[in-house]
Write a protein that binds this ligand. Structure first.
Ligand code: ADP
Ligand code: MG
Length: 331
């Protein structure tokens, strides 16, 4: 989801004049990517170059849409074991753990459900919802018990030949973390990596910056509903307002409830999660969206995370802010 950001603490006095801000924007992972970096010109440029290279390399491995990705090999393997890169195994292991901790609300095996609900179709107009019977049949392909991760051999089995996985709910977050690791290796202390609203705010060292992130109004995209001060943390937002199918005036969003097989329909408009890594923020935002405010917010402690949940109310909308964010949010 698009989130705006801007920096609030600009140069501190005593900063060397060669220290500047560098920013590059590129379309990556089918979304808008940007890296902003504070520091020496050469190390920032080198860091940004390397980070974008890392992002593109990981996209080749983890994308549902790239024919040569590990995910495509797995999805076409017809139940046979597939040797995968260590990154794929790492993300699938995390996905399993998050699925377990969210009572199955987060589930990368939802891909066949996304398919029957038309989310892999380019033509939005020709959409009509699947039958109840098809949804029931497709639900049989969903669940972590059907994925075998063999860490010793570095291979993965999708037990049912018709199963498919889609890492769309957490891959961007993982890739943001990896891009940040590249910047850190280049000894960059202050930077912001944003992949379509999955963000990490790097703020380290003596001149650590505080970043101010805007949370979009889910009902009026051009407006910000709140701003959040973030330092050395990840932030990710899930909502149904950007990617949806419309049927008979009803908006059906791209987050599917793996327990029912239907696109999530509750009173949540958007979930913004702040966590220490972006994979967790990304996956947890999706999971809380599925579970709703009550059940979802109860999960935050398990992940040492904080959240802003915007939901519908009779008066319009309501903003719920978790305890640890109370003095960091303005609205
Ligand atoms: P975005 O990628 O638009 O920022 P999310 O992080 O919430 O939004 O991810 C939504 C994507 O996650 C969907 O497009 C789909 O690929 C995948 N997905 C949908 N429902 C689930 C679910 N219940 N668990 C895990 N992934 C899901
Ligand atoms: Mg997500």
């Amino acid at each position: 989801m698009s989130i705006l950001f801007f920096l609030i603490s600009l140069f501190l006095s005593g900063c060397s004049p060669q220290k500047e801000v560098f920013k590059r924007e590129e379309m990556v992972l089918g979304t808008f990517g940007e890296i902003t970096c504070f520091g020496e010109k050469d190390s920032c440029k080198k860091g940004i170059d390397k980070a974008f290279r890392e992002i593109k390399n990981l996209e080749e491995i983890l994308s549902f849409f790239k024919a040569e990705s590990d995910i495509s090999f797995l999805n076409n393997a017809q139940g046979k074991p597939v040797g995968v890169k260590k990154e794929t195994l790492e993300v699938l292991k995390k996905a399993k753990e998050i699925s377990q901790k969210t009572q199955g609300a987060f589930e990368v095996t939802v891909a066949p459900l996304l398919a029957i609900w038309g989310f892999y179709q380019k033509e939005k107009e020709s959409f009509s919802p699947p039958s109840g019977e098809l949804i029931k049949e497709t639900l049989a392909l969903v669940g972590q018990d059907k994925i075998i991760l063999a860490e010793d051999t570095g291979s993965v089995i999708l037990k049912n030949p018709s199963m498919k996985i889609d890492l769309g709910g957490l891959a961007k977050g993982y890739i943001v973390d990896r891009a940040v690791a590249v910047l850190k290796k280049e000894e960059i202390k202050n930077a912001l990596v944003n992949l379509g609203g999955d963000i990490f705010c790097l703020s380290e060292g003596r001149t650590a910056k505080v970043w101010k992130i805007g949370i979009q109004d889910p009902q009026a995209k051009e407006k910000l509903i709140a701003t959040l001060k973030v330092r050395n943390k990840a932030i990710a937002t899930s909502g149904q307002y950007e990617n949806f199918r419309e049927f008979k005036g009803k908006k059906l969003g791209h987050i599917i409830d793996p327990r029912t097989g239907y696109p999530v329909e509750n009173d949540v408009l958007s979930v913004t999660v702040v966590a220490s890594d972006c994979l967790t923020a990304d996956a947890l935002a999706t999971a809380i969206f599925v579970l709703g405010k009550e059940q979802g917010s109860a999960l935050l402690k398990t992940f040492s995370a904080e959240a802003v949940i915007i939901s519908k109310s009779p008066k319009g909308k309501r903003l719920w802010i978790s305890g640890g964010l109370k003095n960091k949010v303005s609205y």
